[in-house]
Design a protein around this ligand. Structure first.
Ligand SMILES: Nc1ncnc2c1ncn2[C@@H]1O[C@H](COP(=O)(O)OP(=O)(O)OP(=O)(O)O)[C@@H](O)[C@H]1O
Length: 229
């Protein structure tokens, strides 16, 4: 389990996180939702200890992030980090050389799943295919937790559908996933836990299935109640 406890973060004089608390379980997809600039990426960076926090605590399976936890968690940023002149195949090779947790079998399966060609250059990929390669490089690692920053942002409907399908496949398996988004519409059915952020805090956290069953409300219904009051 990932536990984010009362985390605060300031950039200069700007207080971005004012005491953020939520948990994300293994085997579930947790979605951080909030408008641009609310601090979603900052939270993912804080979980990875890529940015220092001012106060609060973040635990991964009960421990503060350390060398060992980097073997069980990966961060898939919203832009690809591979060099543009590399091919998809070379990017995969780079990851294999660099990470012990690289799972070549899963990587090959993901290549087929996303219908990507290893000889294609990163620089010549469409936005949708770039997002898929980015996801492939993260999902092919044998880690327990995957953090994904806006995996659906700015890409066409068909790529979005294909990416959505990977979440319900065995390729994600029983891992814990945290994704960020500011638009929920076509991924609502994938999400287990929803964390709504506003003005530096969690304004509501809920299980989407429970709210649907008990209150007959969709995630968008709840978002309307929270954000438009
Ligand atoms: N390194 C930094 N230095 C100064 N300010 C920063 C830095 N990183 C983020 N911020 C500010 O912190 C706030 C939150 O940024 P963050 O990227 O976490 O938001 P977000 O919710 O992920 O937004 P988006 O949906 O646009 O990606 C923004 O106002 C941003 O300008």
């Amino acid at each position: 389990m990932i536990e984010v406890k009362d985390v605060t973060k300031k950039f200069g004089r700007k207080q971005v996180l004012k005491g953020v608390t939520f948990t994300a379980e293994k085997g579930e997809i947790t979605c951080l939702i909030g408008i641009n600039g609310v601090g979603k990426t900052t939270i993912l960076n804080a979980i990875m200890a890529l940015t220092p926090i001012n106060s609060g605590q973040i635990l991964i399976d009960g421990s503060a992030i350390n060398k060992k936890s980097y073997e069980k968690i990966t961060f898939i940023p919203d832009a690809i980090t591979m060099l543009p002149q590399m091919t998809i195949g070379q990017s995969m090779q780079f990851m294999q050389d660099f990470y012990e947790s690289w799972n070549q079998e899963r990587a090959t399966e993901l290549l087929g799943f996303f219908k990507l060609k290893p000889e294609e250059k990163i620089s010549s990929l469409s936005k949708g295919n770039t997002a898929k390669v980015n996801l492939l490089l993260g999902l092919a690692l044998d880690v327990d937790y995957l953090l994904m920053d806006e995996p659906f942002s700015g890409i066409d409907i068909f790529s979005r559908e294909q990416i959505a399908n990977v979440f319900t496949s065995h390729l994600v398996e029983d891992r814990g996933v945290i994704i960020t988004t500011h638009e929920i519409n076509d991924i609502e059915h994938l999400i287990d836990q929803v964390v709504l952020l506003d003005d530096g805090v969690v304004v509501k956290a809920f299980n989407s299935e429970e709210v649907r069953e008990n209150e007959g409300k969709s995630v968008v219904d709840v978002m309307r109640e929270v954000y438009q009051q």
